[in-house]
Design a protein around this ligand. Structure first.
Ligand SMILES: Nc1nc2c(ncn2[C@@H]2O[C@H](COP(=O)(O)OP(=O)(O)O)[C@@H](O)[C@H]2O)c(=O)[nH]1
Ligand SMILES: [Mg+2]
Length: 293
């Protein structure tokens, strides 16, 4: 038996969570066009043959402006130090960005090997990709460079082959049928938050948090009651929408995903509440589940 602990790092929105879902073939990490979607580090376990890969998806590394942001960046940075291997995900922009420089500094300090993933190649061309490879190779001695399109699943096999070179013989840490350490309640909360991010306007969803109040397994069905917290009274109106239309849409989309994930009927009851500027309140940030374990 062999295993490796691998953290997936990079700036927000480069496709880290999409990559983890593509590896697992199952959606455990939520994905959206908006930056800073992932708030916690999320573990995904991929076991093939005698090998167990343990991946950590992390919040994007950025310059934090709120207590929530600080928590997120700490979670991401901490994940680098804990890993046997880092996968740095970047977009093919040609040069090395300032955030990527900082992340590479961290990887150097932790003295762990790194693989460079150049994602979203479907949106790019050979010259841009080539320039990106050259700039990064001049900056760090990557053990491999893998161009990929996580969205289309292209390059995932090659990445796993490269990651396999960094496994060590040891007993597996997790059962072979386990795919994530996220509790069911957290998955439910995250699915609801994803639908908020995808349904609502720019500014509102960044300030939302979802807290599961009730999670009851009844015969052949799941009863879930959740509070959606937002930062302003005006945001509450936007989330609920005209005659409740927006909230209804969020609820329907979330229920469809949850029924697929849990494999049973789901009864979903959503409530919207205001907690003013909660992202700047360390106590509330912790109470909403964003705390170091
Ligand atoms: N075109 C394209 N879009 C991608 C690819 N990978 C991710 N995306 C999109 O990029 C956005 C951010 O993805 P996400 O996984 O949430 O990024 P994260 O913040 O790094 O976790 C989403 O809209 C994804 O659908 C890719 O390979 N190609
Ligand atoms: Mg993410």
């Amino acid at each position: 038996m062999k295993s490796a602990y691998i953290s997936i790092v990079g700036r927000p929105n480069v496709g880290k969570s999409t990559l983890l879902n593509a590896i697992l073939g199952e959606k455990i990490a939520i994905v959206s066009k908006k930056p800073q979607t992932t708030r916690n580090r999320i573990m995904g376990v991929h076991t093939v043959g005698d090998t167990q890969f343990v991946f950590l998806d992390t919040p994007g590394i950025h310059t934090p402006r709120t207590d929530l942001g600080k928590y997120m960046v700490d979670a991401a940075k901490g994940a680098i130090g804990d890993a046997d291997l880092a996968i740095l995900v970047v977009e093919p922009h040609g040069s090395v960005g300032d955030i990527e420089q900082k992340i590479l500094g961290r990887i150097r300090k932790c003295e762990i090997p790194a693989i460079l993933v150049i994602n979203k190649t479907d949106l790019s061309d050979a010259k841009k990709i080539g320039d990106t490879i050259a700039s990064y190779a001049a900056e760090f001695d990557f053990s491999a460079v893998v161009p990929m399109s996580a969205k289309n699943g292209q390059g995932v096999d090659i990445l796993l082959e490269e990651a396999d070179k960094h496994t060590q013989e040891m007993p597996w840490l997790f059962p072979d049928d386990m795919i994530t350490d996220q509790p069911d309640r957290q998955i439910a909360a995250e699915v609801i938050r994803e639908k908020l991010l995808r349904t609502l306007d720019r500014e509102v969803p960044h300030g939302t948090a979802v807290v599961i109040e009730e999670f009851l397994e009844e015969k052949n069905m799941l009863r879930i009651r959740a509070n959606i917290f937002c930062e302003k009274e005006s945001h509450k109106g936007i989330i609920i929408g005209h005659k409740g239309a927006a909230l209804k849409l969020v609820g329907t989309k979330a229920r469809t995903d949850l029924e697929e994930f849990f494999g049973c009927k789901v009864f979903l009851d959503l409530w919207v509440k205001v907690k003013e500027n909660w992202r700047d309140n360390p106590t509330v940030v912790r109470n909403f589940g964003y705390r170091k374990d």
